[in-house]
Design a protein around this ligand. Structure first.
Ligand SMILES: C[S@@+](CC[C@H](N)C(=O)[O-])C[C@H]1O[C@@H](n2cnc3c(N)ncnc32)[C@H](O)[C@@H]1O
Length: 668
C-alpha cells in the first residue's frame, strides 16, 4: 500500500508496520481544501501538480530559499518510514514502573521520534532541546562536531565528478561544517513538530555557531509566523577572545501554531488605576454596584469625592456615595476619564465574579482605596516569556549536589523550570530529545513538587559511550544514558525527601495547597530502541544468536517472533502503532481467557495465544469493554482460512450483539 492511501476497512487487516495513521488526517485536510486532488482516498499527484502548476512555473526562476548539501535527503529522511525497529521495555532499569508516567528512552532521537509519532501525535505541549551547538570541540562527554568528511561532502555537493576529479576549487570548509549539523537537525525538528499539541511550543538552546542556520530551518519547518521569540540568555561562563567578550547565547521559541498557542498557568497579579489623565479621553458614566470594597475609607456618606486641583483623573458623582462596613452601601453612578470602561462594565455585569479582560488576563476585583474613589482594577495575568533572561547559572551546581558532577555543560535547572512553568499546564507532557544529564526531567519533578503539578516527561538520549579518560567513565558510567538515569534517580529521592520535610512541618491549611509527597511521581520507565519482535518484518537470524536459542522457543513463536522477545515486548510494539494509546496505558493479563491475552488501556486486546478456541472467542466478544482493536496471530489458525474466517465472523457477531458496533480485527 502506498503511503498516501487510506487504510481500507475490512476483515483481514494486517497490523501495518510502517503505516502512520495520521497520514489519513493529512489526506482529509487536503481533500477539504482541494477536493479534486484526492480520489477514493488516494492523493492524485497529477491533480496536485495541475492545481499548483502555475505557481511552480513562476517560482522556478528565483526564490528566497536556504539550502545546503544534503537538504533534499534531510527532508526525505523525516518522512521515511521506520521499519523493523521498536521500543523495548527495560524493567530492571526503571524506577517505580507500576505507578510512574515518566519515560526515559535510550536510542537515536530520530528513530525514537518516528516511533513515537503515532502514539504521541499532537500530544506534547512543550519540547525543550539543547542540541550539540556544533562548536567543533571534541572535548565534551558528547560529540559536538558534525563536519561531513571531505570525500562525502565533495560527492554530495557535486564538487567532484564520479571519477573523483575535483570540479570546484574547495577553498572553504564552512559548508561541510554546517551541512552535517543541519542534516542532523532538520528531520528531527520536522518530526518533533508533529508531536506538538496545537497550542504547543518548542524551545531550542543554541549559540552563535548555528543560531542563524537554526532560525532559517525553523522558519521553514514551523513557519516564520510561528516564531514566538528569540530569547537572549546570558552564558553561565563568558568567553573572551582578543577583541570581544561573548556573554550571551539564545533560546529559539517556535509555536506549532501561534494563533492557538497558550501560555502556561504561571500567574501574577497586577493592580492598575481605573482612570487616565489623557485629555482626549471621553467621560462616560458608569454605575458602580453596591458591595464593592472600600479600603482605607471611613464608613459614612460622601457628598462628593475628594478632588486634586488640575488633575484630569478626578471623579464626579451624581448621588451621595454611601460607605457601610467597608463596602459600597448602594449603587452609585460615577463619571471620569476611565481607563478600561468596557472591562469594568463587563465585570459588574458578571456580578463581580472573575471576568476575562479585553487585552490580557482576568479581572479578579475592582475596589476603592481612598476618598478620591479612583477604582483599582486587580487582574490576574499569565506570566509572559521575556526576550532576555539574565539569570542563567552554572547547571553543574545541581549535579554537584547529587555528587554526580561528571557531565559537561548541563543547563541551569531553574531556567528550564521557568520556561516549562510559563509554557505548559500542570498536567502537560514535556519532551526533551537531547536529554544529556536529564536536567529537564529534574526540572519537571522539582516543579511538580513546588506547585503541586502532575507534569510528565519523556527523555530521549543516545547511549553515547563516555571517553575512557573522562571522569564519567572512571566513575563507572559507560555511556551518557547511565549518567542521565542515575541523575533522575538521585534527584527524585532528594526532591521527595525535601518535600516530605516541608509537608510534615506544614499545618493543615498549608497542606491543602501542597503536593502530598506520596503523590509525587519520581519514577520512570526505561525503553530502548531495538529491532522489532515480529519476524514478518525482520526475519534474519540476529547476529550472535545461536540456533539453540532459536529452538528454545516454540515453533509457532519461532515463526512469528524474533529470539529474546517477550509477550510484553510485543504488546508495547503494538501500542506504538495506535494513536489513541500511549506508553503509559495500563496492561492487564486476561488470565481467564488464556495465558497470553492482554487488554491495553481498556480499548485494545492483544491475543498472543498459539491456538484460539471457541470458548476464548466467546469470552473476548463478551468482554465488558469497548474494544477498538483486536489483534490476533495469523499462525494461531495455521493454514486454515475457513477457521480464521469463522472466528472473525463469530467475534464480530458477538461484539455487534453486545456492543452494537462493527469490530475490526487485525493480524500479526
Ligand atoms: C548539549 S547536550 C544536552 C545537555 C542537557 N541539556 C543537560 O542539561 O544535561 C546534548 C546531548 O544530546 C545527545 N545527543 C546527540 N545526538 C543525539 C541523538 N542523535 N539522539 C539522542 N541524543 C543525542 C548528546 O549525547 C548529548 O548528551
Amino acid at each position: 500500500m502506498n503511503k498516501f492511501e487510506k487504510v481500507p476497512e475490512g476483515v483481514f487487516n494486517k497490523v501495518e508496520h510502517n503505516k502512520q495513521e495520521f497520514i489519513n488526517k493529512f489526506i482529509d485536510d487536503l481533500e477539504g481544501l482541494f477536493p479534486e486532488t484526492v480520489k477514493d482516498g488516494i492523493v492524485d499527484f497529477q491533480a496536485l501538480l495541475d492545481r499548483f502548476g502555475e505557481y511552480e512555473e513562476s517560482n522556478k526562476i528565483e526564490k528566497y530559499n536556504m539550502t545546503w548539501v544534503g537538504k533534499r535527503q534531510a527532508i526525505k529522511e523525516a518522512d521515511k518510514d521506520i521499519v523493523g525497529r521498536t521500543l523495548k521495555y527495560v524493567e530492571e532499569d526503571s524506577k517505580n514502573p507500576e505507578t510512574t508516567e515518566n519515560i526515559y528512552i535510550e536510542g537515536d532521537n530520530l528513530e525514537v521520534l518516528k516511533l513515537l509519532r503515532q502514539s504521541y501525535y499532537g500530544k506534547i505541549k512543550m519540547i525543550y532541546i539543547d542540541p550539540p551547538y556544533n562548536t567543533g570541540k571534541g572535548e565534551f562527554v558528547y560529540k559536538d562536531y558534525f563536519t561531513l568528511s571531505k570525500e562525502i561532502y565533495d560527492k554530495l555537493s557535486g564538487n567532484v565528478d564520479k571519477y573523483g576529479e575535483r570540479l570546484v576549487k574547495s577553498n572553504k570548509d564552512s559548508g561541510r561544517y554546517h551541512s552535517n549539523w543541519l542534516n542532523m537537525m532538520y528531520p528531527r525538528l520536522k518530526v518533533a513538530r508533529d508531536l506538538l499539541t496545537d497550542d504547543g511550543v518548542i524551545f531550542i538552546s543554541i549559540d552563535d555557531n548555528e543560531v542563524h542556520n537554526l532560525r532559517k530551518i525553523c522558519d521553514e519547518i514551523f513557519g516564520e509566523e510561528n516564531l514566538l521569540l528569540q530569547q537572549t540568555i546570558n552564558k553561565s561562563s563568558q568567553i573572551a577572545t582578543e577583541f570581544t567578550v561573548n556573554m550571551h547565547e539564545y533560546i529559539l521559541v517556535y509555536c506549532k501554531n501561534i494563533v492557538q498557542f497558550e501560555l502556561g498557568n504561571d500567574y501574577k497579579y497586577t493592580i492598575s488605576r481605573g482612570t487616565v489623565g489623557n485629555e482626549d479621553q471621553t467621560t462616560p458614566k458608569i454605575k458602580f454596584p453596591k458591595g464593592l470594597s472600600c479600603y482605607g475609607i471611613k464608613d459614612g456618606i460622601y457628598k462628593e469625592t475628594r478632588k486634586i486641583e488640575g488633575s484630569k483623573e478626578n471623579i464626579y458623582n451624581y448621588d451621595n456615595i454611601v460607605v457601610k462596613n467597608g463596602k459600597l452601601g448602594k449603587d452609585v453612578v460615577l463619571q471620569a476619564r476611565w481607563r478600561s470602561s468596557n472591562d469594568m462594565r463587563n465585570f459588574f455585569d458578571n456580578n463581580c465574579k472573575p471576568t476575562r479582560a479585553k487585552i490580557n488576563g482576568v479581572i479578579e476585583e475592582i475596589y476603592f482605596e481612598n476618598d478620591r474613589f479612583v477604582p483599582q482594577i486587580k487582574k490576574r495575568i499569565k506570566k509572559k516569556i521575556n526576550s532576555v533572561n539574565f539569570n542563567n547559572k552554572r547547571g553543574s551546581k545541581y549535579l554537584e549536589e547529587l555528587e554526580l558532577n561528571i557531565f559537561d555543560n548541563p543547563k541551569d535547572m531553574e531556567v528550564i523550570k521557568k520556561i516549562i512553568r510559563r509554557s505548559s499546564y500542570k498536567d502537560s507532557i514535556i519532551l526533551d530529545f537531547f536529554s544529556g544529564s536529564a536536567t529537564t526531567a529534574h526540572a519537571v519533578m522539582d516543579l511538580n513538587a513546588e506547585d503541586g503539578g502532575n507534569r510528565k516527561y519523556i527523555m530521549v538520549q543516545l547511549p553515547e559511550p563516555t571517553d575512557e579518560k573522562s571522569e564519567a567513565h572512571k566513575a563507572g558510567y559507560k555511556n551518557i544514558c547511565e549518567i542521565g538515569k542515575e541523575r533522575i534517580r538521585r534527584a527524585g529521592d532528594k526532591i521527595k525527601e525535601e518535600l516530605k520535610e516541608k509537608y510534615n512541618s506544614a499545618n493543615e491549611e498549608e497542606r491543602k495547597s501542597m503536593k502530598n509527597p506520596e503523590d509525587l511521581d519520581i519514577g520512570f520507565k526505561v525503553f530502548k530502541v531495538e529491532d522489532t519482535n515480529l519476524k514478518r518484518i525482520k526475519d534474519t537470524v540476529k547476529e550472535g544468536i545461536s540456533m539453540e536459542e532459536h529452538k528454545a522457543i516454540s515453533p509457532k513463536d519461532n515463526k512469528d517472533f524474533n529470539p529474546h522477545f517477550t509477550d510484553i515486548d510485543v504488546v508495547y510494539e503494538m501500542m506504538l502503532k495506535r494513536q489513541d494509546i500511549d506508553l503509559n496505558e495500563e496492561i492487564i493479563l486476561l488470565d481467564d481467557i488464556g495465558e497470553r491475552t492482554y487488554l491495553v488501556g481498556y480499548t485494545m486486546l492483544i491475543c498472543l495465544e498459539e491456538e484460539v478456541t471457541e470458548e476464548m472467542v466467546e469470552k473476548i466478544g463478551s468482554l465488558d469493554v469497548d474494544l477498538s482493536w483486536i489483534i490476533m496471530r495469523d499462525s494461531a489458525f495455521g493454514n486454515n482460512i475457513n477457521l480464521k474466517l469463522n472466528t472473525v465472523n463469530k467475534l464480530r457477531t458477538i461484539v455487534k450483539e453486545n456492543h452494537r458496533k462493527e469490530q475490526k480485527i487485525y493480524w500479526i
